[in-house]
Design a protein around this ligand. Structure first.
Ligand code: KIV
Ligand code: ZN
Length: 512
């Protein structure tokens, strides 16, 4: 029988630390629910000491998630640990994850601590964490560039302090498969009491070796793998969840281990993350890229017709992708819509389905064929409405450069209209929104993508807008590119206003 490996997902923590991937509380909850459907054993929700918003997001995820364990990160200092424990209070199965660096380079230049001081800090951190939360993970940051005997020494004190999981991260993506396998074997073999804890592997992808290193670490004795959806994360990212899981499953003749991931939820998780963050998935990304199952050349197509196994080592269905993603038309009923939404990973309640159905019919009227991506976007947009302050009623633009825009918004029962002139229709519309909202946003980034084929393709716009010192992300989708951009700008405005309603904390983001 295959040995089970636990999947520790850190999309919402390490993944979210990567540029452009930040998610607000509402987005984190949507993603957390999809990760739970995906069947991750542990879901790291964030780093509560970083800010009041981060604390609240972790607390809300902890409150919402029932089957996966929910982890929160803390440096090996009492303030961080107490804050993380407090955010985890509502969790059914909490995990407190504390860490300190162990490599000479980090001790000397970052921590300015001796080896003995780090050992003592690790022991105290685990003891405190264990007194607050029943399950504790300890990470020896930069383990793969640390002395192996020092790793043994720190594992020993962590075990004595009651730790449950010891993680040996490849923080800078420096190790190789043979080296990491040996490191795990060495630390496990030489640490008294190692059989009482789970060893975990957390790899970064700076040399493109993260997945290979994770698989080798398991071979060396790790029984937990830390990863992120789409491999997002600091710099070149983390071990990609979908790749490591499908490597285990597809090559189960080589790897004698498995995990509990529901692989059909992989593509829905990947797409949802991309929509929430605006980070696009490279077309050739293994498992989840648009071309991962596309067969272009005549020879390949011929082989596929004869037998799909000629050029496919796993089926698209096994990762939650249909061979055809044409789903519904305007004659599809409510039941068809509910069934397809569920297949895509969204379990809708009756009132959510009713609202979605109206929008679906409206889209199907304008666009004959409704694809999976269209449907996902409608669902995501619907969930964004929860904190909508201003809603777009109409936008009309005239001329090109300069352009004039007339924007009509609603706020509760009030209708607000204003116009502005700008360099192009999008700029003019944003200025008109500023005049209505009284804000002054600077468009920092603006990306537009067509997600579906055809003339009536749905356009998705992703923007980052700076209001004073604060940058907010916004997204919008429409069959009109201008409207998609305006919706994205308005989404950022609404998010900024929603944020202003919550008081900002004085805690600043710590240096990791
Ligand atoms: O890469 C790393 O070392 C980390 C730790 C905090 C686990 O993310
Ligand atoms: Zn990391």
């Amino acid at each position: 029988m295959a040995t089970m490996v636990e999947i520790f997902d850190t999309t919402l923590r390490d993944g979210e630390q990567s540029p452009g991937a930040s998610m607000d509380e509402h987005e984190k909850i949507q993603m957390a629910l999809q990760l739970e459907r995906l069947g991750v054993d542990i879901l790291e929700a964030g780093f509560p000491i970083a800010s009041k918003q981060e604390f609240e997001a972790v607390r809300r995820v902890a409150e919402t998630i029932k089957t996966s364990r929910v982890a929160a990160l803390a440096r090996a200092v009492p303030g961080d640990i107490e804050r993380a424990a407090s955010a985890l209070k509502p969790a059914k199965h909490p995990v407190l994850h504390t860490f300190i660096a162990t490599s000479n380079i980090h001790l000397e230049h970052k921590l300015r601590m001796t080896h003995q001081e780090v050992l003592e800090a690790a022991e105290k951190a685990v003891r405190l964490a264990k007194s607050l939360i029943p399950r504790v993970e300890f990470s020896a940051e930069d383990a793969t560039r640390s002395d192996w005997d020092y790793l043994v020494a720190i594992a020993k004190v962590a075990i004595a302090a009651g730790v449950d999981v010891i993680n040996l991260p490849d923080t800078v993506g420096y190790t190789t498969p043979d080296e990491i396998r040996e490191m795990f074997r060495y630390v496990i073999a030489n640490t008294p009491g190692s059989e009482r804890v789970v060893f975990s592997s957390h790899n970064h992808n700076d040399l493109g070796l993260a997945v290979a290193n994770a698989l080798a670490a398991i071979d060396g004795g790790a029984r937990q793998v830390e990863c992120t959806v789409n491999g997002i994360g600091e710099r070149a990212g983390n071990t990609s969840l979908e790749e490591v899981v499908m490597a285990m499953r597809t090559r189960n003749d080589v790897y004698s281990f498995d995990c509990r991931i529901a692989s059909r939820e992989i593509v829905p998780a990947s797409t949802l993350l991309s929509k929430l963050t605006g980070l696009s998935i490279p077309f050739n990304k293994p498992v989840v890229g648009r071309n991962a199952f596309a067969h272009e050349s005549g020879i390949h197509q011929h082989g596929m017709i004869a037998n799909a196994k000629t050029y496919e080592i796993m089926t698209p269905e096994s990762v939650g992708r249909s061979r055809s993603d044409l789903v519904l038309g305007k004659h599809s009923g409510r039941a068809g819509l509910a069934k397809r939404s569920a297949e895509l990973g969204y379990q809708l309640e009756e009132n959510q389905l009713n609202k979605l159905y109206e929008k679906f019919i409206d889209l199907a009227d304008r666009k004959k064929e409704v694809y999976d991506d269209d449907l996902r976007m409608l669902i995501v947009r619907q969930s964004n409405e929860d904190f909508e302050i201003y809603r777009l009623k109409e936008v009309d633009t005239f001329g090109n450069n300069p352009s004039k825009a007339l924007v009509k918004l609603t706020k509760g029962d009030e209708t607000l209209i204003d116009s502005a002139t700008g360099d192009g229709p999008v700029h003019a519309s944003c200025l008109a929104i500023d005049r209505i909202s009284g804000l002054s946003g600077q468009l920092e980034t603006f990306e537009i993508r067509a997600t579906t084929p055809g003339k009536e393709a749905l356009g998705e716009a992703y923007v980052t807008v700076k209001f004073g010192e604060r940058s907010m992300k916004g997204k919008g989708a429409s069959t009109s590119i201008i409207e998609a951009a305006v919706l994205a700008y308005l989404d950022a405005v609404n998010k900024y206003l929603a944020l202003q309603e919550t008081t900002e904390s004085g805690i600043s983001a710590p240096v990791m």
